[in-house]
Structures are given as C-alpha cells and as structure tokens.
Design a protein around this ligand. Structure first.
Ligand SMILES: C[S@@+](CC[C@H](N)C(=O)[O-])C[C@H]1O[C@@H](n2cnc3c(N)ncnc32)[C@H](O)[C@@H]1O
Length: 341
C-alpha cells in the first residue's frame, strides 16, 4: 500500500455516495457549540479522519504532526527528530511496552519502535486509519512490535497498570474531557511510569476578547475536528488533577529557527519537495480535486473537504504567525511510584 495518488483522494476511505453527507454532518457539529462537539466527539472525529486521511498522507506523509525545525534541516528529518525526542524523554528501550495515544496510521509508532527497540500499541478509533496502518506495519516488517488497538482513548479496553510508558502526539486535543482522558491513561500505566506528549494549545498571547484571535481559534477547531482549544496552563492543571507529577513542560514552537517556523510547510513559501502542502500546492490540489469531482472521477463533497482543510491550514498559519497558538506544547509527567508498605 503506497502513498495515495491525487485520484485516490477521498475515494478509498468512504463509499462515494456517502462523502457529501459526511461533509454536511461534520459541518453541522461546527455550526453548534463546544458542548455539541463534545457530545458528538466520536462522530465528529471519525467523520473528519474518514474524509481527510488520504489528503494527509498525500500532502504530509505517514506522520500527522508538526515539528520545530532548525536551519538547513529537511522537513522529514524534523518530523523524525520530534518523534525521537519523546522516545528519549521516556527512555524507551527493548523490552518496554508503550502506548501511543491517537496514533494515526502509525508513522510515529514505526519510527519510535525502530529508534528505541520498544514494543508499541497504537490506540486509534478510526477503522480506515487502522486498515492502512496495519498494512504499513506489515510492509515495514514491524508487525511483531507495532500493533493497533481499535478503541476510544477515553475508555481503554486495557487492564490497570499494564504499560511501561505512554506518549501522545497531537491527538489529546480531540478529547472531549482532558481530565477524564488523563485519568484513564494514568489507570493503564505502571506505577512510576512516564507519559509525554505534544498538545495543541492557546499560548498566553491569546486574548479571548480579540475578535481576530477568536476567529483564528474557530478556524483551527473547524479545520481540525477539535471541540475546543485550551491554554497551556489548563492542560498542566488537567494532568495534575488526574494524579500526575509534572517532570517538565514547555512550548517547543520558539525552538524553531525564525526562518523555519513549524507552520512554514503550510505557508506561502516555495519549496520543491514540500510543494503539496504549501499555499500554492494546496490551491492547485483543490482545483484538481474540483476537476475530478466535476468529471465524476472523485465523489461529490471532495472539493468541500479540500476547501475546509485549506481554511484550517490558513488559520494554523495565522495562529503561528501571531504566536497565539502552538501545536507543540511539550509535557512530560510521571505517575507516582507505589508507596512501600
Ligand atoms: C492529528 S492525528 C495524530 C496521529 C498521530 N499521533 C501522528 O502524529 O501521526 C490524531 C489522531 O487521534 C485519533 N483520535 C482522536 N480521538 C480519538 C479517540 N477518542 N480515541 C482514539 N483515537 C482518537 C485520530 O483518529 C487520529 O488518528
């Protein structure tokens, strides 16, 4: 199973006659309130990933996240370094069993398994991504150490205290209740085990009374299936409430070279290798998808998917440029060690 071609976009994830109705349902959740999105989070998130997974793989690759980037560093190298950073923080090594929370098609899971030698269970609630990722694990020769668990991360079908470590890359932002999610992850971890992740957050520069800031936040929520976006401190408070001890936390966005911010791949700058995810590349993809839809090669609704992804991408760039938003608030926490009797 290779990368999807342009003509595959949205055709493989859903039957053609369902695409338009799923797009409409997804839009209806964002016409409602935060509560509407929290109540319908399973449908909203699954609709979204059914619609966009092929676009993500086509435009971005098998790892669905951003990364801070240094001068002269290639996009793929920055993505891998961001993954290995978490593996190092957790000190993953052969013999350990880690949980990857909201694992996408498993790009980070495979990279981290190779890097660390650990075994990894990736939890995901999206059938289509699991189907693609399972084949990719086999193709990579990693099926022995990388497996998918089809489940809602809010209620894991896992026993207490089974995991040596947990990580989450840009996935807990979809949770309807972060304290509940972190409490659930705490439950499945061994005493003394560590949890690290990257969370999508508002920074202290976000001002809820500023109309432009609110529009950017809404654009990111709509473009990326989020119920809401929290301040960094609220995420730390939720981790503490769940019982974790904070080891370390900081926003990694300022660690990019000023010339290569995390949102650069989505912005207007020309890049031959990354052309598909630049503004021009996304505009061209959108026009080509429209031609495919008009000629009935792509199903009705395909252009709407490409369009709302473009709006989301533009909001992310604005969030990055204004500094009111980060997709890489890094946290590293620990479940307290068991007390000796
Ligand atoms: C932005 S993607 C990140 C994927 C992956 N961590 C990566 O970096 O490639 C978010 C992922 O979280 C998963 N997800 C969202 N809500 C979930 C839930 N309630 N239970 C399980 N997985 C969920 C989505 O299906 C998707 O795979």
């Amino acid at each position: 199973m290779g990368k999807p071609a342009l003509t595959d976009l949205v055709q493989t994830s859903l039957p053609n006659d369902q695409v338009k109705s799923v797009v409409d349902e997804y839009a209806s959740f964002h016409a409602g309130t935060v509560e509407t999105r929290k109540t319908n989070y399973t449908k909203m998130v699954n609709d979204y990933y059914d619609l966009v997974t092929d676009f993500y793989e086509f435009g971005w690759g098998q790892s669905f996240h951003f990364a801070p980037r240094h001068k002269g560093e290639a996009f793929d190298a920055s993505i891998a370094r961001h993954e290995f950073f978490l593996a190092s923080a957790l000190q993953l090594k052969p013999g350990m069993k880690a949980l990857d929370v909201g694992c996408g098609v498993g790009g980070p899971m495979r990279a981290i398994a190779r890097f660390s030698g650990a075994s990894i269970v990736g939890v995901n609630n999206n059938d289509y991504q699991i189907k693609r990722g399972t084949k990719q694990n086999q193709d990579a020769g990693l099926a022995q150490r990388c497996e998918f668990m089809k489940a809602d991360f809010m209620k894991l079908p896992a026993t207490n205290g089974g995991y040596d470590a947990v990580y989450a890359i840009e996935a807990t932002c979809h949770a309807p209740d972060k304290v509940k999610l972190f409490t659930e992850l705490f439950r499945v971890m061994k005493d003394g085990a560590h949890f690290a992740g990257y969370e999508w957050c508002l920074t202290d520069r976000y001002d809820g009374s500023n109309v432009e800031h609110r529009a950017i936040k809404k654009g990111i929520e709509e473009g990326d299936a989020l119920p809401d976006i929290w301040y960094t401190q609220d995420v730390l408070d939720a981790l503490t409430k769940a019982g974790f001890e904070i080891v370390e936390s900081r926003d990694l966005a300022p660690e990019s070279d000023p010339e290569t911010p995390w949102y650069l791949p989505l912005s207007g700058r020309w890049s031959v290798t990354g052309f598909k995810h630049t503004q021009a590349g996304r505009w061209l993809t959108n026009k080509l998808v429209r031609v495919l839809e008009t000629t009935k090669i792509a199903p009705k609704g395909s252009t709407a998917v490409s369009t709302f992804l473009n709006h989301g991408a533009n909001a992310l760039v604005l969030g990055g440029e204004t500094g009111i938003f980060t997709p890489m608030f890094y946290f590293h926490v620990r479940k307290p060690a068991a007390r000796k009797a």
